[in-house]
Design a protein around this ligand. Structure first.
Ligand code: PMP
Length: 461
């Protein structure tokens, strides 16, 4: 085998990649034909590929590199921690300073009585923890029949058996025999695609009341929890109508049903507060965290658990845990990430500078003939592509064709923007500067123009 280095020609790297590397959420044959773009290094909001192109990362990796690339402080902390204590577990009455310090810090940052942290290696693992935790919680209270978790169609909660079952992605359910039992999905608050003739406000109420209807149908005595992303991310950055969450709150109030807020994307500044729950004024019993917790520099996730739930769980052994729960290097890096976010007032930058600036520019994309609605909260935004704005029409071509073409044009124009069917989405690093937002919008506009031309050429528009 040749020595594989950064200096190898791109085509050779691509061939080896296609031959041996199985990519997540990808058609492997696509790579065999086209080759994957090889990313070599990164700084701030900019990626550099093996051909030397500088690419604006409008997705912060996978919504995770919140403080931007190239923060050597995190590398230094990781190296220091690896020298001192590269690994130890927290299973059998042992602990270590990084896990202690990170859990205490998270208890300080999280709202209300969310004061206890169960660590995992990722968001998916954390949601698996949550599923077992809420069922065990009710069981410990003498109500083992309370095992149903209600979630939403088009939600994303991870790729493990539990995470993908909680999620509401039908193409995921179709592979591997999911969902596992006792997961129930209600509709999502996506007014653009599903609101019909209702106003957004009416639709928000109607969709929230699907929760009430499900509770009545299944029975409160059977339901353990409702899980939701404060703002759906991977489903296409669906910002619910303003009426939605207050109605969900009303429905859950006074009912014996736990609320799990999946903050994997919304947490750590994305929506202009530490957590999306704060932006919405909701108080969950458990929050799922990952991604921005370490800005993606180390794999780490977890569940922040309320004192109410933790107290019950403390009474007997919770037979659950991961080798890397509270991994000292990951925890130390996450702590350093949070220190930087606080000291550099990254969330103030989002709230006061970047988000208002991006909102104005993002919403102006609706002037483009291909763009229907533009939605944004903090630094996560989406646009709906449509052949006809007035009727909110979908394309005649298979769903996702226009989105895929647009994503390809963005890629060619050195902008990372993702598509979810025919919605284009962005979630740039939180440190993005106004002049970089200008470049993002310029490249997006140009890509939309090129995409429109292509759609016309192919008779899709
Ligand atoms: N929950 C949400 C809301 C997510 O967006 C994701 C990842 N996109 C996950 C869970 C799963 O996280 P991970 O990929 O770290 O397992």
């Amino acid at each position: 085998m040749p020595t594989i280095t950064n200096h190898m020609p791109t085509a050779e790297l691509q061939a080896l990649d296609a031959a041996h590397h199985m990519h997540p959420f990808s058609t492997q044959d696509g790579f065999r034909k086209k080759g994957a773009r090889v990313i070599r290094s990164a700084e701030g909001v900019w990626l550099t590929d093996s051909e030397g192109h500088r690419i604006l990362d409008g997705m912060a990796g996978l919504w995770c590199v919140n403080i931007g690339y190239g923060r050597t402080e995190l590398a230094d902390v990781a190296a220091r921690q690896m020298r001192e204590l590269p690994y130890y577990n927290t299973f059998f009455q042992t602990t270590h300073v990084p896990a202690i310090a990170l859990s205490a810090k998270l208890a300080e940052l999280a709202p209300g009585d969310l004061n206890h942290v169960f660590f995992a290696g990722s968001g998916s693992e954390a949601n698996d923890t949550n599923l077992r935790m809420v069922r065990h919680y009710w069981s410990s209270l003498g109500k083992p029949e309370k095992s149903v978790v209600i979630s939403r169609l088009n939600a994303y909660h991870g790729s493990t058996l539990g995470g993908a079952s909680l999620g509401g992605m039908i193409p995921m359910h179709e592979q591997g025999g999911l969902p596992i039992p006792d997961i129930h999905h209600i509709g999502q608050p996506n007014w653009w695609a599903e609101g019909g003739d209702m106003t957004p406000e009416e639709f928000g109420i109607a969709r929230a009341r699907e929760l009430e209807a499900a509770i009545e149908e299944i029975g409160e005595d059977r339901i353990a929890a409702f899980i939701a992303e404060p703002f759906q991310g991977a489903g296409g950055v669906i910002i619910p109508p303003d009426s939605y969450w207050p109605e969900i709150k009303r429905i859950l109030e006074g009912r014996d049903i736990l609320l799990i807020a999946d903050e994997v994307i919304c947490g750590f500044g994305r929506t202009g507060n530490w957590f999306g729950s704060q932006t919405l004024g909701i108080q969950p019993d458990i929050m799922t965290i990952a991604k921005g917790l370490s800005s993606g520099y180390q794999p780490i996730g977890g569940s922040i658990v309320s004192s109410k739930v933790a107290k019950v769980l403390a009474e007997d052994e919770f037979n659950h845990g991961y080798t890397y729960s509270g991994h000292p290097v990951a925890a130390a890096v996450a702590l350093e990430n949070l220190r930087i976010m606080e000291e550099e007032r990254v969330i103030d930058h989002v709230r006061d500078v970047a988000a208002p600036y991006l909102r104005e520019k993002w919403e102006s994309l609706t002037e483009h003939p291909l763009v229907g609605e533009a939605k944004i909260v903090g630094l996560m935004g989406s646009i709906a592509l449509t052949p006809d704005k007035a009727s909110r029409a979908a394309f005649a071509a298979p769903a996702g064709t226009a989105g895929f073409i647009t994503r390809e044009r963005c890629f060619a124009n050195n902008l990372i923007m993702r598509h979810v069917y025919d919605r284009m989405i962005i979630a740039p690093p939180l440190v993005i500067r106004p002049e970089e937002i200008d470049i993002l919008i310029e490249r997006a506009w140009q890509s939309l123009d090129e995409s429109m031309a292509r759609l016309k050429e192919e008779g899709l528009l």
